[in-house]
Design a protein around this ligand. Sequence first.
Ligand SMILES: Nc1ncnc2c1ncn2[C@@H]1O[C@H](COP(=O)(O)OP(=O)(O)OP(=O)(O)O)[C@@H](O)[C@H]1O
Length: 227
Amino acid sequence: MAESVLKLKEVSVFQKENLVLNDINLEIKKGEFIYLIGKTGSGKSSFMKTLYGDLPLNHGEGSIVDFDLRKLKEKDIPFLRRKLGIVFQDFKLLPDRSINNNLLFVLKATGWKDKTKMDTQVETVLDKVGMKTKGFKFPHELSGGEQQRIAIARALLNDPELILADEPTGNLDPQTSVEVMKVLQEINKTGRTILMATHDYALILKYPSKTLKCDGNKVFEVVQKAV
Ligand SMILES: Nc1ncnc2c1ncn2[C@@H]1O[C@H](COP(=O)(O)OP(=O)(O)OP(=O)(O)O)[C@@H](O)[C@H]1O
């Protein structure tokens, strides 16, 4: 049996005092690719934020990549984030430095010291997203799709056990979305677990996979109908 990378039991998600999601019971196993869908405001981002420690888990039990979310302290959050790869809709690259330096910055911030190993790791992750030749460029010199590939490369730097992608194709045109999706699929094929929040039903139809839905304060699995 594959080991679990995320387990939630009777979890409630709050934004301040407002209940967003209630009674979530969920297990994600190593190697799965899971979509999280739901209308605007249904709680997808709040759910993701609870998983990476941006919102506290005060109700229910949750473990993610060996961290107990209920016991998570402020000081644990950087260590949790090192085991997660997080990808956002707006790529969040640092505009004042090259792609290589964006990636080196993250490695330094997460405790890497050996320059040769750092350079090799930067090259490895850029290669994984098909951007090996673009490291010298600045973010504004890249297209949206290319910037998102770099953001995915950045998420891979510390070899994460779970990738949380919140609307990674939200700012991209349909064709570019498919290209970014292919990159995520490749990464999943190498054994990494991915949870991806999306509005993009065309992508889900093209790349069917287990799908969770946020609706009416609940999170539940939906079965995709053949079309
Ligand atoms: N920082 C915040 N403070 C208070 N309430 C918030 C905050 N962020 C979101 N909410 C509320 O929490 C609920 C869920 O929002 P959330 O952003 O999680 O939804 P979503 O499904 O990710 O939406 P979208 O698809 O538009 O990104 C909404 O009612 C929203 O108004």
